[in-house]
Ligand binder design. Sequence first.
Ligand code: ZN
Ligand code: ZN
Ligand code: ZN
Length: 136
Amino acid sequence: MKALESHAKNMLKAAGLYCTRARLCVIMALLRENRPITQEQITQALDAPFDRVTIYRTLDSLGKADLVHRVFLEERACHYELSHHCSKTQCHPHFTCTQCGQTHCLTDLKLPLAHHHGYVIQRQQVRLAGLCPQCR
Ligand SMILES: [Zn+2]
Ligand SMILES: [Zn+2]
Ligand SMILES: [Zn+2]
């Protein structure tokens, strides 16, 4: 718990953001989950209660500082994750299990698509679907 909190504090410090309780709680929730989750799921995973607007603004400020980014939309809900495994232009592939519905970050899979036949790739979002090891 303490290690997680100091890790979150260091991330805010490195990004030049003030360390507010809401920012800390959101980062800690995302660190614990370690996969893309919705604002709703973030709200449930927080150590302290915050209202909708505060969480929305917190995600917005963390997003502008590139600490957090939107990964994909599913059923009109935006899924967020920490950007520490991603660059500005490249996110790792995500695998969603068709059985249990869990999304996993495949951080060890690289997508080395810098340029492709004249296309300039500004953002890569790859989503895979199938059965996870537990459901296989
Ligand atoms: Zn990412
Ligand atoms: Zn599964
Ligand atoms: Zn991910």
